[in-house]
Design a protein around this ligand. Structure first.
Ligand code: SF4
Length: 223
């Protein structure tokens, strides 16, 4: 019987990306395979659940009133064996929030998801090296499974033209919306306004299906 450590389970609004403002039940998994410089997620601690226990806990929320159940973290795909047992027990749409690099685990569970919200990580802001190749393999799997997908890109003043070109290439190849998200420091935007507009201009000239969207839950001061 698979088990996973869950940091928290809560009912809130989606604060990022294409489904901003939608009500979701969030299941936050502990642990991550990356160590992004700007990470502000507290996913230590938490409780261990079996797939059945977690499904029961999730079903206690008003699932008819929510858009979907968001698997977030940390990195939920680290628990792909658990997800194989848990997801078939959930009577709601599944929205996977992922850093977009664990393509092998993804291939095990992608058919059990409905919407994939992935990151495209930039070394200039995350300081984890260039991982475009992993993102490409990840997107190949999402597309082969015919799942809805979009990619969030957290950037700051140091973004390189090379990175903009690679993101646009991924967007074009896989025909996905790109969501530009200025890096935050707490509830403050950590990128100069002129730089935000310059980056948005460069992106849209290369790849028009790009949107500039901040993190609204931080303005409301909710999770
Ligand atoms: S992928 Fe997300 S959770 Fe993991 S370290 Fe980066 S920002 Fe934090």
């Amino acid at each position: 019987m698979a088990e996973a450590k869950i940091n928290e389970i809560f009912d809130s609004i989606q604060g990022e990306g294409l489904y901003i403002g939608c009500r979701q039940v969030f299941v936050r998994f502990c642990g991550c395979n990356l160590l992004c410089d700007y990470c502000d997620t507290d996913f230590q601690g938490g409780e261990v659940y079996s797939a059945q226990e977690l499904a029961k806990k999730v079903s206690d929320f008003p699932l008819k009133a929510v858009h979907s159940v968001s698997l977030t973290g940390g990195e939920p795909l680290l628990q792909y064996e658990f997800l194989k047992e848990f997801l078939p027990l959930v009577d709601a749409k599944i929205y996977l929030e992922t850093n977009g690099v664990l393509y092998r685990p993804l291939s095990e569970v992608v058919d059990l998801t409905d919407i994939v919200s992935m990151d495209i990580k930039l070394d200039s802001s995350a300081k984890i090296g260039d991982v475009f190749n992993s993102h490409k393999k990840f997107l190949e799997i999402v597309r082969a499974a015919n799942k809805e997908v979009f990619a969030k890109i957290v950037f700051d003043d140091k973004i390189r033209d090379f990175e903009i070109g690679e993101c646009a290439k991924l967007g074009e190849t896989f025909e996905i919306p790109l969501i530009l998200q200025p890096k935050m420091n707490g509830s403050e935007i950590d990128v100069k306004k002129e730089k935000i507009l310059e980056v948005f201009d460069k992106f849209t000239l290369k790849y028009p299906n790009t949107r500039l969207i901040g993190q609204v839950h931080k303005f409301f001061d909710i999770k």
